[in-house]
Design a binder for this molecule. Structure first.
Ligand SMILES: Nc1ncnc2c1ncn2[C@@H]1O[C@H](COP(=O)(O)OP(=O)(O)OP(=O)(O)O)[C@@H](O)[C@H]1O
Ligand SMILES: [Mg+2]
Length: 325
């Protein structure tokens, strides 16, 4: 349902139209110029630039949609940091936003193994050169040149010196490729979406192989609140991802997950949407399976016996509540 807004209230998102009954669809933006060539190979990776496919089973809440509009409008910032618990949908949101708005992406799965120079430029074997080698742009430069969206997935995997090497780029300044001296001015559609579970480093024991983001790096991003879907959307997303799941059972599962997430006393690990999907699919395909067993298989089977029993209690309490209604 596209609504007209007056000049005074109109957000600068005229390129996006919201077209939906109860499902949001973001109308495609004009594709940036010359973005869609496939560039092969970056430091051993096989994928180059591509526009993610639209996933029709992805469920847009109003909140996600509003956030998508803010990102694409680029008014507030061109650099966005989505911080949230595991499996709440950060990476998928970045992909689906780009899919719906026809934005090519460059994805860097951040880890300690990534070196700053390789993000900018790298050397590959080549049959058609005398030296048998050729230099190609790394993902950061490819994205900056073409206006693709740079997705820094699990950005806390980047070592501090690599974070620093991105400061100029994040400031929107032209960047220099150290190896060649070439200066590249970022395309106007270029933007960065980074995802992380914990940017403070406080929970490093839970997220092995991660670094705290340094303050200067963090200060270059807008970091909107990003967490689990609201209850109604999460139920809809679960049914969408676990076809055939009884909506009543879907609701119970989501409520169990919410109870686990919010149970301060028991201090349980986050119950991710990823795990909800596993439980939902088990229950959708094995009608005789008990909700308790599906939750055990998807989530509590990985916990200590004490935690598992706390979760068992939450499941029982939730099911009793559902029956009582
Ligand atoms: N709105 C949604 N509708 C349907 N499915 C969703 C939605 N959001 C997330 N999912 C699904 O949930 C799963 C987890 O999402 P995703 O991988 O984006 O989580 P994440 O927050 O990036 O997790 P992590 O921190 O572990 O990387 C994926 O399979 C994704 O497709
Ligand atoms: Mg992710």
């Amino acid at each position: 349902m596209a609504s007209k807004t007056t000049a005074a209230t109109a957000p600068a998102v005229n390129d996006l139209t919201v077209v939906f009954g109860d499902q949001a669809v973001i109308a495609p933006l004009k594709a940036p110029k010359a973005p869609q060539q496939t560039i092969t190979m970056f430091a051993g990776a096989t994928a180059g630039q591509w526009v993610p496919a639209i996933d029709p089973k992805y469920v847009w809440s109003k909140e996600l949609l509003r956030l998508a509009q803010r990102l694409v409008s680029q008014v507030v910032s061109k650099n966005w940091l989505l911080v949230g618990p595991p499996g709440c949908g950060k990476t998928e949101f970045a992909y689906q936003l780009c899919a719906r708005t026809n934005r090519p992406v460059e994805v860097v799965e951040c880890s300690e193994a990534i070196e700053a120079d390789a993000l900018f430029s790298t050397i590959l074997p080549a049959e058609d050169t005398k030296s048998g080698l050729k230099r190609i742009d790394g993902p950061v430069v490819r994205a900056a040149r073409s206006g693709a969206t740079l997705i820094l997935d699990e950005v806390t995997g980047l070592a501090p010196e690599v974070q620093i090497a991105l400061h100029n780029l994040l400031d929107g300044r032209p960047i220099q490729i150290r190896a060649t001296g070439e200066i590249v001015t970022p395309h106007k559609e270029f933007m960065v979406i980074a995802t992380a579970n914990d940017v403070s480093g406080e929970h490093r024991h839970k997220y092995k192989g991660t670094f705290a983001l340094n303050s200067a790096f963090k200060s270059r991003f807008a970091a909107p609140k990003f967490s689990y879907l609201d209850e109604a959307t999460e139920i809809a997303a679960l049914i969408s991802r676990a076809p055939g799941l009884d909506p009543i059972i879907a609701r119970s599962l989501v409520r169990v997950a919410i109870a686990v997430r919010t149970s301060v006393a028991a201090q349980l690990r986050e119950f991710s949407f990823r795990e909800l999907m596993v439980a939902g699919r088990a229950l959708a395909t094995q009608k005789s399976m008990k909700v308790e067993d599906a939750v055990l298989e998807a989530y509590s089977g990985k916990e200590t016996s004490q935690d598992a029993s706390a979760i068992g209690d939450l499941v029982k309490a939730e099911l009793a509540l559902s029956k009582a209604k």
